[in-house]
Design a protein around this ligand. Structure first.
Ligand code: ATP
Length: 361
C-alpha cells in the first residue's frame, strides 16, 4: 500500500507543446492517502485515462513527478510499481479455470505453491467465487469475469493500489450496483487503495471517499462527495455533480432577475453590480416549496412534476422567465399551474461570479 503524490504532474502527447490546450493533463498537485477510494470523474476526453495511465506507468508524464510513499517512481517501469489494473473489459484466461486465473500472477512471481493455495482461497472467499473455482472462466457472467480480473490484482500481496478504468461499463445495471458495493467492501476489508475512472457521477459519489472532477485536462475540484455537493467551486462542478444539476440563476447587472429578497440570501454579493456575471447556485434538494407567506425567494408557477418514486422533481417558472428545479418528497399534492413559495436557507444559496464560487462563500 502507498500514499500517492502527484507533484505538478501533467502530460502532453505532442513532442513540442506550445500552450495549455496542447496538454491532455494540465499540471496538477494532488495527494491520495493510503487505503482510501478515489474517483476520477469527468466527460469523455477530459484526461482521466491519461492520469490513470501515468500512475500505472503506461504513459510517461511530460511534466512533474509521481511519488509512492515518498519514492520517486516517475521513470519506474509499470512492472516494478506493484499496481494492479482492471479495465473496461475483463482480462482473463478464458480456457483456464477460475482457480488457475487467480493463481497465475503468483506463479509468475515464483511464490511457493503452499502460499499460492492460501492466497487463492483467501481471495476467492473475499470475492464469493468459491463455488466457481474449478469452472472454466469463460462460463462465468460479465460481472463475475470482472471479479476475476480484480482477484488477479488482489491476490498479490505487494499491490500498492488497484486502478479501475471504467470496470462497470459492460455490467448490467442491477449487477453494477452489487459490484460497486463489493468493491467498497473489498477496500474496507483489505485496506487497498482504489482509484476508479468513471464519467458517471452517481457511481463516483457512491464509491469514492474523494472525487477528482476534471474537464478539458484540468482538475476542477477535488474533495469528498459531500464537499462537491454542498460547495461546488465552479459552475461546471455544480452541473456535473448532482441529479438534477445545480440551478444556476443568472442575475443581471441590475440584480432584478429574482427581486432583492433573493439577493439578500447571499452574504457575498459584490458591491459593484457591474463586476461581472453573477449567478445564484442552488441545489434542487435545497429548495423548499412552501406557502406564499413562508417564501423568502419569491414565488413560482409549477410547469412540470416528475415522479421518481419517493422523490419528485418539480419544475417552476419564476419571475423574469427564470426556470428552476426542486427535488422534494412533498410533491404528491401539487399540480401543474399551482403557485408555490420558494424557500432556501441562506447557507444553501451560493454566489458565483463568472462561473466561479465567490471567495466569501
Ligand atoms: P474517455 O472517457 O473517453 O476515455 P478520458 O477522460 O479518459 O476520455 P483521455 O483518454 O485521457 O480522456 O484523453 C484526453 C485527451 O488526450 C483527449 O483529447 C484524447 O484525444 C487525447 N489522447 C489520449 N490518448 C492519446 C494518445 N495516445 N495520443 C494522442 N492523444 C491522445
Amino acid at each position: 500500500m502507498a500514499e500517492i503524490i502527484l507533484e505538478n504532474l501533467g502530460h502532453s502527447y505532442l513532442s513540442d507543446p506550445s500552450g495549455d490546450n496542447d496538454y491532455a493533463l494540465k499540471p496538477v498537485n494532488l495527494t491520495w492517502q493510503d487505503g482510501k477510494t478515489y474517483a476520477l470523474l469527468g466527460p469523455s476526453g477530459c484526461g482521466k485515462t491519461t492520469m490513470l495511465n501515468i500512475i500505472s506507468g503506461l504513459v510517461p508524464p511530460s511534466h512533474g513527478r509521481l511519488l509512492f510513499d515518498g519514492q520517486d517512481v516517475t521513470q519506474m517501469a509499470t512492472s516494478a510499481r506493484n499496481i494492479a489494473q482492471v479495465f473496461q473489459f475483463p482480462v482473463i484466461y478464458s480456457t483456464k479455470t477460475v482457480r488457475q486465473n487467480l493463481a497465475f500472477p503468483l506463479e509468475c512471481r515464483d511464490v511457493a505453491p503452499g502460499r499460492i493455495k492460501e492466497r487463492v482461497a483467501e481471495v476467492s472467499a473475499l470475492l464469493d467465487l468459491d463455488y466457481a473455482l474449478d469452472m472454466p472462466a469463460r462460463r462465468l457472467s460479465a460481472d463475475q469475469k470482472q471479479l476475476i480480473s480484480l482477484g488477479r490484482g488482489l491476490v498479490r500481496e505487494d499491490v500498492s493500489a488497484i486502478l479501475l478504468d471504467e470496470p462497470l461499463t459492460v455490467i448490467d445495471p442491477q449487477m453494477k450496483f452489487m459490484l460497486r458495493r463489493k468493491l467498497r467492501e473489498i477496500n474496507r476489508k483489505t485496506g487497498v487503495t482504489m482509484i476508479l475512472v468513471t464519467h458517471d457521477q452517481s457511481e463516483a459519489m457512491s464509491f469514492a471517499d474523494e472525487i477528482v472532477v476534471m474537464k478539458d485536462g484540468r482538475v476542477q475540484q477535488s474533495g469528498t462527495p459531500a464537499e462537491l455537493f454542498s460547495r461546488p467551486q465552479n459552475e461546471f462542478v455544480g452541473y456535473f455533480i448532482g441529479s438534477p444539476p445545480m440551478n444556476m440563476i443568472t442575475l443581471n447587472a441590475r440584480k432584478d432577475a429574482l427581486g432583492t429578497d433573493a439577493l439578500s440570501l447571499t452574504k457575498a454579493l459584490p458591491s459593484d453590480p457591474n463586476a461581472g456575471l453573477h449567478q445564484l447556485g442552488i441545489r434542487p434538494e435545497h429548495i423548499a416549496l412552501v406557502s406564499a407567506t413562508d417564501q423568502n425567494m419569491g414565488t413560482g408557477t409549477i410547469k412540470k412534476i416528475e415522479h421518481l418514486g419517493v422523490d419528485g422533481i418539480v419544475t417552476l417558472e419564476l419571475s423574469a422567465g427564470v426556470v428552476i428545479k426542486a427535488k422534494t418528497r412533498k410533491h404528491t399534492g401539487m399540480q401543474v399551474g399551482n403557485a408555490m413559495g420558494i424557500n432556501v436557507r441562506a447557507e444553501d444559496a451560493l454566489l458565483y461570479v463568472e462561473g466561479a464560487l465567490a471567495a466569501a462563500q
